[in-house]
Ligand binder design. Structure first.
Ligand SMILES: NC(=O)c1ccc[n+]([C@@H]2O[C@H](COP(=O)([O-])OP(=O)(O)OC[C@H]3O[C@@H](n4cnc5c(N)ncnc54)[C@H](OP(=O)(O)O)[C@@H]3O)[C@@H](O)[C@H]2O)c1
Length: 308
């Protein structure tokens, strides 16, 4: 099964692969790079074709490792490779930069790390404060005309910023946080993307693992999750209870919680693909099972209600 991204000619397996745990040493402590490469290999060998990385994962290292595995896989034309840029290091500070010259240089640098001639989808990772959004997107349109990128994305833009970015209709994809616990995008963003043929790619589809259905009240975390309110005290217990309700639906379909969660996102207008992250090979294979789930209208409403 393949779905088209925005107005582009890119066709993706709707179950993609997020790679911030592939060499993303600045996000997760003690990452094993071989395990990361195996995650990407497993995805490609099992029919995933949509890979999501970024300059800042590592930094740089995720792109390098993804590039190595892509090269080894060989069939470049079968892969839809997405990466992102906007982070700029200034002394010990990190700022966002969307100036055309910065974005153009960032794309050149990403191409080298990824060992490829073109990037299928390039996102402006975060908006900066002063570059007009249509000007930043204009730089990506130039790169598209030159054949260095094949489609244009933005990430973490508000709906107003997206409207400005898309004033000439050039934006194909927006990537923003969305999951069953964080549904703000439904108010204005998803109606706008649906009306303008822009694909919405949700990040944190499993709310950093919580919606994968394997945690219980005794689970503890030693990374950024220890500070995330979803994982704390009574809220954590209540969230686990909601996940248990999904488990009941999953059991009826003969699958597990993550499959139902991913299948539910793919029923939303303009969500054409999801990019769950994975740290282990079996998680990648497992997530592909979501393609086998067909939720009934009743299931869709029920899940909507549990998390409303
Ligand atoms: N644009 C942006 O600003 C932005 C921001 C964040 C992320 N992203 C992108 O979105 C992707 C997804 O986000 P994310 O990886 O941070 O969070 P996520 O997809 O919500 O959660 C991923 C985690 O869920 C667990 N998991 C995955 N599949 C599983 C399965 N089948 N069974 C059980 N557990 C499973 C793994 O965690 P454990 O093994 O640790 O439990 C995995 O690391 C990233 O990789 C990145 O590419 C983009």
């Amino acid at each position: 099964m393949r779905r088209r991204l925005g107005k582009s000619d890119l066709k993706v397996n709707p179950i993609g692969l997020g790679t911030n745990a592939v060499g993303g040493h600045n996000i997760y402590p003690n990452l094993d790079e071989e395990a990361g490469k195996n995650v990407v290999r497993t995805g490609l060998q099992n029919g995933m074709n949509f890979l999501d990385t970024a300059f800042i994962y590592g930094p740089e290292r995720s792109e390098e490792l993804v590039g190595k595995v892509m090269k080894e896989f060989g069939r470049r034309d079968e892969i839809v490779l997405a990466t992102k840029g906007a982070h700029q290091f200034k002394g010990d500070k990190t700022v966002f930069n969307n100036r055309p010259e910065f974005l153009k240089k960032s794309v050149e640098d990403s191409l080298k790390r990824l060992q490829t001639d073109y990037i299928d989808l390039y996102y402006i990772h975060f908006p900066d404060e002063d570059t007009p959004k249509y000007e930043a997107v204009g730089a990506l349109k130039d790169l598209k005309d030159e054949g260095k990128i094949r489609s244009i994305g933005v990430s973490n833009f508000s709906v107003e910023q997206l409207q400005e970015a898309n004033q000439n209709g050039h934006v194909d994809v927006i990537q923003s946080e969305y999951n069953l616990f964080k549904r703000e995008a439904e108010k204005e963003m998803l109606p706008y993307t649906a009306a303008n043929q822009i694909s919405f790619v949700p990040y944190f589809p499993f709310a950093s693992g919580l919606l994968a259905g394997k945690y219980d009240e005794d689970t503890t975390f030693n990374d950024f999750r220890s500070k995330n309110s979803l994982f704390q005290g009574e809220a954590f217990k209540e969230n686990l209870r909601k996940v248990d309700e999904i488990r009941t639906i999953a059991e009826r379909h003969g699958v597990d919680v993550p499959h139902v969660v991913l299948a539910w996102y793919l029923t939303r207008d303009s969500i054409d693909a999801v990019i769950p992250g994975a740290k282990k090979e079996h998680q990648v294979k497992d997530n592909l099972k979501a393609l086998e789930v067909t939720l009934s209208e009743e299931d869709i409403q029920h899940i909507d209600h549990i998390f409303s």
